[in-house]
Design a protein around this ligand. Structure first.
Ligand SMILES: Nc1ncnc2c1ncn2[C@@H]1O[C@H](COP(=O)(O)OP(=O)(O)OP(=O)(O)O)[C@@H](O)[C@H]1O
Ligand SMILES: [Mg+2]
Length: 499
């Protein structure tokens, strides 16, 4: 059962379709995209303005605008479909495990609140140590159980989609089919439906047996965790309650200077007791200052009490990164984090993100339209056009063996290292996403477009295990077209400095 084997994906987006209701019609912003994020990697999403990059990242963060309609798909993280979890739970995941850095640091900072409290806010929201301890103790077993159910549903869903695709295909060709063909098709569909029923039943049985076993283990773990947490609480209580009572006693019979000293002692003891049960303000501040230092903010103790306007653009972006980091996320989503900054500051921030990513072993989704940035950051690259991923592969594959004409066009628009001039801008403009073109949406702007590109959507052709592209040029019947030489040379030249 291949689907059940453990993989190293931390996040997986499957068949995501997002549209927006507007006065002019439905904007089809993201049109069926799927990708995985692997543990520890940086996946860059690149594409022109309006291609759906931010809508994708906002879907993961659960912060889409109110007029958004999620039409299909799931986003799996730790056994949960992020598109379905309750708001309360989502907030926890968003705050804790997935951090996001936006293009404009000012818009994510509150101008009238000092930097310090903005950094500690997330920590204070999830400060109950007993709860955190419990969650930690059960998390592995809980995720394993939830993953099993999620994988079952995805396996069945995929099979159902294959069946639906067959039915759709048969329907399409029906008008041109002979009687015999129609009969044969009917039989084929009936067979497929029967096959699906059996698959569904068997898959359910298999996974449910596994899930049942995991659930039993989980129930035991939960029992044990509850006990452990209760024991911890009891041990803290027994240690401090008596001490506190004694201190209070002494305090009530004291006076003058002695009273003041005892009062201080009592407060310190209370703070210590408190800190065993929750993350206190003092501790949050200490941690915030550590993180500020980690992201390269000089004099963090002093800066803690300043307002956003007292910081430069680059420093503000460091603060935003610090805020994302205090929650100790597993995944960092950066949406054009350096676009608003000037070039030298840009390079510093990129270096900072790369360093933190390595030190904390984060997995990263990095969104940009700048291929120079991609070359510096990416392990893998997904190229988006008109709401679809048109090519995905390792950074090597995308830069040195790109296959989609849109990727060629993007690559040829990298400015030359010496002359700084762009080889050619991509001709034409991106499509109106209320009426996305049929077939390959890039066809009207592509000099390699064929008839079929205007009629039928190309599937994702597999080039290697890691490299896929959706272009009819990869069909066996297509004429052999290579990436223009001038583009490949330009890429070689431009990347020599960066990679
Ligand atoms: N709230 C909204 N209402 C209507 N349309 C929207 C909304 N948000 C995004 N869109 C549309 O969805 C499409 C994708 O937008 P998105 O912001 O994801 O682009 P992007 O790739 O991030 O571009 P950029 O590089 O400019 O940031 C665009 O056509 C955009 O106009
Ligand atoms: Mg954007």
């Amino acid at each position: 059962m291949a689907e059940m084997k453990e993989n190293n994906n931390v996040l997986s987006v499957n068949n995501l379709v997002v549209s927006f209701k507007t006065d002019n019609g439905i904007v089809k912003a993201v049109r069926d995209i799927s990708f995985d994020l692997k543990q520890g990697e940086t996946l860059c999403i690149v594409g022109e303005s309006g291609s759906g990059k931010s809508v994708t990242s906002k879907s993961i963060m659960g912060i889409l605008a109110n007029n958004a309609i999620i039409e299909n798909g799931n986003i799996m993280y730790r056994g949960e479909n992020l598109l379905e979890v309750s708001e309360d739970e989502f907030y926890k995941i968003r705050g804790h495990k997935i951090g996001m850095i936006f293009q404009d640091p000012l818009s994510s900072l509150d101008p009238i609140v000092k930097i310090g409290p903005q950094i500690t806010e997330a920590m204070m929201l999830n400060s109950d140590r007993l709860k955190l301890m419990y969650q930690d103790l059960i998390s592995d077993d809980l995720i394993r159980y939830k993953n099993t159910l999620a994988h079952m549903n995805i396996a069945i869903d995929n099979e159902r989609k294959k069946m639906d695709a067959l039915v759709a295909e048969v329907k399409r060709r029906k008008t041109f089919s002979s009687k015999e063909q129609i009969e044969a098709d009917k039989k084929q569909i009936a067979a497929k439906q029967a096959e699906f029923k059996i698959f569904e039943k068997q898959t359910r049985e298999k996974y449910m047996a596994q899930a049942k076993e995991y659930k039993e283990i989980l129930a035991k773990t939960e029992e044990k965790a509850k006990k452990q947490v209760a024991e911890y609480k009891a041990s803290v209580d027994s240690k401090y309650k008596k001490k506190l009572a004694e201190a209070k006693n002494r305090l009530s019979s004291a006076s003058g200077d002695q009273r003041q000293a005892l009062e201080k002692e009592y407060e310190a003891l209370k703070e210590e007791y408190d800190s065993k049960l929750r993350i206190t303000k003092a501790e949050a501040k200490k941690r915030a200052i550590e993180v500020m230092r980690e992201v390269g903010i000089p004099e963090p103790e002093k800066r803690f009490n300043q307002y956003p306007f007292e910081f430069s653009g680059g420093m503000r972006q460091r603060i935003v990164i610090a805020i994302a980091l205090t929650a100790a996320p597993e995944i960092l989503i950066c949406d054009e984090p350096t676009t608003a900054l000037d070039v030298t500051i840009q390079a510093q921030i990129l270096e900072l993100i790369n360093r933190i990513k390595a030190e904390r072993n984060l997995s990263c989704i990095f969104i940009t339209h700048d291929l120079g940035v991609v070359a510096n950051m990416a392990d893998r690259v997904a190229v988006m056009y008109a709401g679809k991923i048109v090519e995905i592969g390792t950074a090597e594959e995308i830069f040195y063996d790109p296959r989609h004409p849109y990727t060629w066009a993007l690559l040829s628009s990298i400015p030359d290292v010496d002359s700084k001039e762009r080889l050619e801008a991509i001709p034409g403009t991106p499509p109106n996403m209320i009426y996305p073109p049929k077939g390959d949406a890039f066809a009207p702007r592509s000099r390699y477009a064929m008839n079929i590109d205007y009629r039928e959507e190309p599937p994702m052709f597999k080039i290697t295990d890691t490299h896929y592209a959706a272009t009819w040029l990869l069909d066996e019947h297509a004429p052999k077209v290579e990436m223009p030489k001038i583009v490949s040379e330009r890429i070689k030249n431009s990347l020599e400095g960066t990679r």
